[in-house]
Design a protein around this ligand. Structure first.
Ligand SMILES: [Zn+2]
Length: 238
């Protein structure tokens, strides 16, 4: 049985209890976890596991795509054994910033596509800042500043961010979602959909905030021209 990914249904879950399924060197697999792994261009969670009053720091989290397990990289897990129960605690300050910046990235990429015909070609969300690359005919800082200003208007509207599941067949009928869905492994039959009504809709497994108002004010940090398909933007939230 693969790890149950608790953050998919509740991004606000900060603590949970779970059973240890496997310990191998410094890797720990649990039956369920709220830790979000490094994936989809979003940085991994940090935090700790606790058992019998001892704290085990989680320094990195990755997703094994083959098994769908969440693998926690833990400092010295030698006292952890298969079958014991642990408490997991997420570094919430870090995670909440990732959620806010990740949701901001959805809004910005939707505006870039809608108003400037720019496709997102890459990106990375860190707790301190986010960066995105766009394919854009002409490099112009004002375009990015305008897109950020428009994104802040959507933040102020405080729109609900909806999470639901659709069959692959139904999801593929939604315009704009197809390109991303095609990149999914063909064995995935149910897709998790993240929709900001009137703004953006994507198949996406990551953690987001519940309302755009939670993003807070988005600030443009800098822009870089790395070529036609890499008009790069850095931004952060307050
Ligand atoms: Zn997302």
């Amino acid at each position: 049985m693969a790890t149950i990914h608790l953050y998919r249904d509740d991004s606000y879950l900060r603590e949970f209890t779970a059973k240890v399924v496997k310990v191998h060197e410094n890797e720990v697999i649990l039956d369920k976890s709220a830790f979000h792994p490094e994936s989809g261009g979003v940085a991994h969670d940090k935090g700790y596991l606790e058992h019998n009053g001892r704290i085990y720091n989680v320094t990195f989290v990755r997703h094994d795509k083959q098994s769908d397990d969440i693998i926690h990289i833990v400092e010295d897990p030698s006292d952890l054994r298969e079958g014991i129960e642990v408490k997991g605690v997420i570094d919430w300050e870090r995670r909440y910033r990732l959620m806010r910046l990740h949701t901001a990235a959805h809004v910005i990429s939707a505006i870039m596509y809608r108003d400037y015909n720019a496709l997102i070609t890459g990106g990375q969300i860190e707790p301190e800042y986010a960066r995105d690359d766009f394919s854009l005919e002409k490099f112009d800082r004002r375009v990015f500043q305008e897109a950020i200003d428009k994104a802040n208007e959507i933040v102020e509207k405080d729109i609900e961010v909806k999470i639901y599941y659709l069959s692959r067949e139904e999801a593929m009928k939604i315009p704009g979602i197809v390109k991303l869905a095609e990149r999914m492994p063909p064995n995935v039959k149910i897709l998790r959909i993240v929709e900001i009504p009137g703004v953006d809709i994507q198949a996406d497994g990551g953690p987001h905030v519940k309302r755009t108002g939670e993003i807070g004010k988005i600030k443009l940090l800098k822009v870089e021209n790395r070529g036609r398909n890499k008009r790069r933007i850095y931004y952060t939230v307050d």
